[in-house]
Design a protein around this ligand. Structure first.
Ligand code: HEC
Ligand code: HEC
Length: 432
């Protein structure tokens, strides 16, 4: 099925045939009226966007099932008695498209919560308020970790795994995720085995990508390889194209992880359509080849013991034509640092038990699952398909547009991109 977005058209296809709108995915399973599709909408690449959330609020005075205080509002104790109160209570969801995920500090963590600055007066060591974007419930066959912090991943995935082929560990993780989502987001009882099987079969059958760019036209025309049908046949296994050469097939790392639009770089640059195609192709080359000195990234620089790694976007986004990381590798880009905190986000002060070190963060990420100091602020790099349909970006919705994503990287790693390079990169990301 094809849906419109500001850059063009997005398409979702289902391996099993037509997309079954009767699936339990679309049915209310709990007690608050929510279904999976309350937060995972086809037109938003199976996430949700502030534009559409605001429209839903306006159409229902903020009573659509999305607007529920358990995790939709800034605090579960927020006043939701009037439309005006609801507009305040759900301001994070309305403006940033984020859900409040509540996770406490593990008992045996290497750190304690020394101070909380929560503008909504709720968070504590028992339950930190973590404002996170719904990840797309599509293209799941390529996942190497489930959730931003990988917390629903039951064990490290084992090779080999091919797109469309069932993988026991991934399936097990997704089964767990369905139960957590039904009990948590939908405030229901445990779903039945039939409902779980239906939902997992539904979501794992989906493949989604941008299929048409308003200027460049069909993204699979004239030797280009965009769109969901080609993606559904993308070769994949855990560890494919591993950056450190650990691909189980023994193949060496190829930084040209994205290879969708090379065909468009060979065309004469005549007219508006050709110019846009050339720009997308240049953006893809930049993604694969533009040098980035990667420094200060926890999970990478500290793990390898090197202060700077000469890499590219594809060092981290190495899954061929998909763009996540092909082994579970959550990283800290610095998005949760106090320096990037905006006044609408809570700020947590963590103190390390062993030596009194302090750090301030808006979301400890993986550290809340492992209890490890070194894991503070680490999140997975998500799949980079269907991006144009689902702003804002990063786990906390920090970047309202793909231009701002590119801007972030340019500043963060002092790349010094030209204006044209930034435009090309954003055009490429929009075409995914
Ligand atoms: C209230 C909104 C909401 C509802 C309802 C909801 N989800 Fe989610 N979903 C989220 C958020 C937010 C995340 C990311 C949370 C995180 O990583 O901490 C997420 C993550 C996921 C992921 C992980 C994808 C990945 O890349 O790791 C899957 C799969 C998923 N949801 C499927 C479902 C299913 C199936 C249902 C229905 C049973 C459902 N969700 C209901 C908000 C929701
Ligand atoms: C050091 C590893 C690393 C490098 C280099 C890197 N990324 Fe990322 N990328 C990540 C991680 C990790 C995330 C998720 C961060 C978060 O949300 O906390 C991410 C997120 C993103 C997102 C947001 C996706 C979404 O669903 O919200 C986009 C888009 C993106 N990266 C594009 C790029 C581009 C373009 C480049 C090159 C200019 C690049 N990345 C370089 C690791 C990296």
């Amino acid at each position: 099925m094809t849906t419109r977005n500001p850059a063009g058209w997005l398409r979702s296809v289902n391996r099993l045939g037509a997309i079954d709108l009767q699936s339990a995915f679309f049915q209310s399973l709990g007690r608050n009226g929510r279904s999976c599709s309350s937060c995972h909408e086809m037109g938003a690449a199976w996430s949700i966007t502030p534009r559409e959330i605001q429209a839903r609020f306006d159409a229902t005075d903020g009573t659509d099932p999305l607007f529920r205080p358990n995790d939709g509002s800034n605090s579960p104790r927020a006043d939701v008695s009037t439309t005006q109160a609801r507009r305040r209570a759900y301001s994070m969801l309305l403006r940033r498209g984020v859900i409040r995920v509540g996770i406490g500090i593990p008992e045996d963590a290497e750190f304690v919560l020394a101070a909380v600055d929560d503008p909504y007066g709720y968070a504590s060591a028992k339950e930190l308020s973590l404002f996170r974007r719904p990840l797309p419930s599509t293209n799941l066959a390529f996942l190497t970790g489930v959730m931003w912090d990988g917390r629903e991943t039951t064990t490290a995935f084992l090779p080999p795994m091919h797109a469309g082929q069932s993988n026991a560990v991934l399936t097990e993780s997704l089964i767990r995720q369905v139960t957590s989502a039904t009990v948590g987001h939908a405030e229901g009882l445990d779903p039945t085995p039939e409902q779980i099987a239906d939902i997992v079969a539904f979501e794992t059958g989906l493949t989604t990508a941008q299929v048409r760019d308003d200027v460049a036209g069909y993204l699979n025309a004239d030797d280009a390889l965009g769109g969901p049908r080609i993606l559904a046949n993308q070769r994949f296994h855990i560890g494919i194209n591993d950056t450190l050469g650990a691909d189980p097939t023994g193949a060496a790392f190829d930084p040209r992880a994205m290879d969708l639009f090379a065909g468009w770089s060979r065309q004469p640059e005549r007219g508006r359509v050709q110019a846009q195609r050339a720009s997308i192709a240049r953006g893809e080359r930049l993604f694969n080849e533009m040098p980035i000195d990667i420094g200060g990234v926890a999970g990478l620089n500290d793990a390898l013991g090197v202060t700077s790694i000469r890499g590219t976007c594809s060092t981290c986004h190495n899954a061929p034509n998909v763009g996540n990381h092909t082994v579970t590798l959550p990283l800290d880009l610095g998005l949760t640092d106090a320096s990037r905190r905006t006044p609408d986000m809570p700020l947590y002060t963590l103190v390390r038990k062993s030596n009194g070190d302090r750090v301030q963060t808006t979301d400890p990420g993986l550290a809340l699952i492992t209890g490890k100091w070194a894991d503070i602020g680490r999140f997975k790099g998500p799949i980079l398909r269907g991006l144009a349909a689902r702003p804002p970006y990063f786990h906390n919705g920090f970047a309202p547009s793909l231009e701002k994503v590119v801007e972030f990287y340019d500043t963060r790693f002092e790349i010094d991109m030209s204006e044209r390079e930034k435009r090309d990169m954003a055009a490429f990301l929009r075409a995914l």
